[in-house]
Design a protein around this ligand. Structure first.
Ligand SMILES: Cc1cc2nc3c(=O)[nH]c(=O)nc-3n(C[C@H](O)[C@H](O)[C@H](O)COP(=O)(O)OP(=O)(O)OC[C@H]3O[C@@H](n4cnc5c(N)ncnc54)[C@H](O)[C@@H]3O)c2cc1C
Length: 611
């Protein structure tokens, strides 16, 4: 086996992932920890990485407190309603009370925010969204993080966290490899903040084959934010709460600006409003939640899905009226050009001029994330001044592993953070991590050489598998001895799709399906030991697959545990088709034991702090 150089990096605070949460964590850690060594490690390049890489057209979480537009309590009520009652109100409130300050910083750093010419205030797209010229959103945010960090390591994929040799439930750093040079990195740190984004491509996408990169969620979001803490033994929450998006067909172009700003609306193939038609049947499934305003996102998805099943699809967005107004037409196109250029290209290629034709909408495959409209992620300690005792065991945003913090998609229970809220949560985690490091004083975690040497062998094993196995075949890609990352990914997506409630199964599953899905995932996990990687790029794909598989297993365990259908439109437990507030008005928690491979499941109470 080729010898690979090991590079050692010591840090006080290690930030894993330089997206919105990671940049916020890096920036704030420097503010409170002037003399600390703050290191950010990123598998791409923070200049253009993460879900926001391509740009955004709106900041989706802004209160506007100084104009008395909204208060943090209003945002908590909104998120609670959208998530069918289940959110960590302490975490949501904590973000909402600080998010405006974050947005003001973005503007100070050069982000152009549109203003309403009549009021001088930020131009609202909706109650919570403000409109930006956001093509350069990520480079602007990254610049602040770069200036704050002691060092930024780009192009290093973190594969595992390291644990303290003396205290098994304390984090001690992380390992990974440089995807360009192949060097092995050992980061030793007193505190680690995981902000490695959510998970796409765990369910089979609608676009397969050459189009499989065209998903709503960034294809490079590979579940590391979940797999890293899961492997370290951190408790996870609400992992069953996957998200399904209604978006423009084939390009996944966003619909927010269309609904909220352009006031477009949907109708079935025959020109009828269908949402009202399904109201009564939804009420029988979920009770009064359907009468709340705004109607929870999952229930609107549900109405669309039922309408299509009833044979009255396709569902269309009525753009023809709004697009007669040249201003609205410009906004409609710019909305894509600023963040989803692919949708404009799809329309051009399919002869769709939204002024002449009402474009089709469809629902996406499920994704797992904790910062958009769902709550998956790690179970974290809440703010000291606000969280109920059950939600506090240490520092704000610390997971159940000591010294391990998180932000953005990584932290569960607190949906609707979006880009600004994720950055804000990174700041909150950064501040708390600095306090943790300062209070720990000279007491430092110990990294065992045996542990990182063992991990080093495991990390490069796919290259070795390929080198040897390749000799057994003369052509093609199928080998008797190794599994390519792409093949493993397709196998994972098929299992999740068919057994855990993907698009082919109309998002529906049940106990026998989930049980069989877990058996198949187990077999896939066995085969991951035989992954073969042709080069460093494929080695990254191999480790992304490892992370996706572990996160998928967690999603499946949670889906099995929650015996109700809490969010119709996101997924259905056909054997428990109704919402059950009596038994399931609670959070689901899991903990993985990496030694035994077993999962322990439990419930945690939901506290309603705000009336
Ligand atoms: C399609 C889409 C549209 C959105 N639209 C909007 C919008 O209009 N307005 C809005 O406000 N918000 C929007 N959001 C939400 C916003 O993008 C997210 O809330 C935010 O980016 C989450 O921050 P994060 O730090 O958790 O993840 P990210 O910003 O995705 O950052 C994760 C980072 O971790 C890195 N990483 C991953 N794995 C590893 C690893 N193993 N090792 C090292 N680095 C790793 C990634 O490369 C990435 O840089 C949208 C999100 C999506 C997916």
């Amino acid at each position: 086996m080729r010898r690979r150089k090991t590079v050692f990096v010591d840090a006080d605070i290690l930030v894993v992932g330089g997206g919105m949460g990671g940049c916020g964590a890096t920036y704030e850690s420097r503010y409170w920890g002037r003399d600390l060594k703050i290191v950010c490690v990123e598998k791409a390049n923070i200049e253009r990485s993460g879900a926001v890489a391509q740009g955004l057209y709106a900041i989706n979480c802004y209160m506007g407190m100084h104009w008395n537009e909204n208060q943090p309590e209003d945002h908590v009520r909104y998120a609670r309603n959208d998530l069918m009652g289940l959110v960590r109100e302490d975490l949501g409130y904590d973000i909402a009370r600080h998010v405006d300050a974050t947005v003001h910083k973005f503007e100070e750093w050069g982000l152009p925010i549109m203003r309403d010419p009549a009021t001088g205030r930020y131009q609202r797209e909706g109650k919570w969204q403000i409109m930006i010229h956001g093509e350069s959103y990520k480079p602007i945010v990254a610049e602040a993080a770069r200036k704050a960090a002691s060092e930024v390591y780009n192009r290093i994929m973190v594969t595992h966290l390291l644990m303290d040799d003396a205290r098994p439930n304390r984090v001690a750093g992380a390992v990974g490899f440089n995807v360009r040079t192949g060097e092995f990195y050992v980061f030793r740190a007193k505190a680690v903040i995981v902000a490695a984004g959510g998970a796409s491509h765990i369910f089979k996408p609608r676009a397969v084959g050459e189009g499989m990169g065209r998903t709503w969620y960034a294809p490079w979001s590979s579940a590391s934010a979940y797999a890293l803490p899961i492997l370290a033994g951190a408790k996870m929450t609400q992992m069953e709460n996957r998200i399904v998006l209604t978006r423009f067909k084939d390009g996944y172009g966003p619909v927010g600006a269309y609904f909220l700003h352009l006031k477009t609306y949907t109708q079935n193939a025959y020109g009828h409003d269908y949402e009202a038609f399904w109201r009564d049947s939804i009420e029988k499934m979920v009770g009064d939640y359907v009468n709340h305003h705004p109607v929870p996102t999952c229930l609107r998805n549900h109405a669309l899905l039922e309408e299509v099943k009833a044979g009255r699809g396709p569902i269309r967005m009525v753009t023809k009226e709004a697009f007669q107004d040249p201003h609205k037409e410009t906004v409609g196109w710019e909305n894509f050009l600023g963040m989803t250029i692919g949708q404009a290209v799809v329309w051009a290629s399919q002869n769709i001029d939204p002024k002449e034709i009402n474009p089709e909408l469809t629902t996406s495959e499920p994704y797992v994330m904790g910062s958009h409209a769902t709550c998956s992620g790690a179970w974290a300690s809440g703010p000291e001044d606000y969280a109920p005792a059950d939600y506090q065991w240490g520092y704000n945003r610390m997971m159940t592993v000591e010294g391990l913090f998180g932000a953005g998609d990584a932290i569960g229970g607190s949906a609707h953070k979006f880009s600004s809220g994720s950055f804000t949560e990174g700041r909150i985690a950064g501040k708390a991590a600095v306090r943790y490091v300062n209070e720990a004083g000279r007491e430092q975690p110990v990294v065992s050489e045996a542990e990182y040497e063992e991990l080093k062998k495991a990390v490069y094993k796919p290259l070795e598998n390929y080198r040897i196995g390749r000799n057994e075949i003369v052509a093609g890609t199928v080998s008797p001895s190794y599994l390519l990352p792409l093949h493993g990914l397709q196998r994972l997506e098929k299992i999740m799709d068919e057994y855990v409630g993907g698009i082919s199964a109309h998002y529906t599953t049940n106990e026998p399906l989930l049980t069989r899905g877990l058996e198949l995932l187990d077999m896939l996990k066995e085969d991951l030991a035989h992954l073969g990687a042709e080069d460093l790029h494929q080695l990254q794909r191999a480790w992304e697959l490892h992370h996706r598989v572990l996160a998928s297993e967690c999603v499946t365990q949670h889906t099995l545990f929650r015996t109700e259908t809490r969010w119709p439109g996101y997924y259905y437990r056909a054997d428990h088709p109704k919402l059950d507030d009596q038994d399931w008005h609670c959070f689901t928690l899991s903990r993985y034991d990496r030694h035994s491979g077993q999962w322990a499941m439990e419930k945690a109470p939901v506290y309603h702090i705000i009336d």
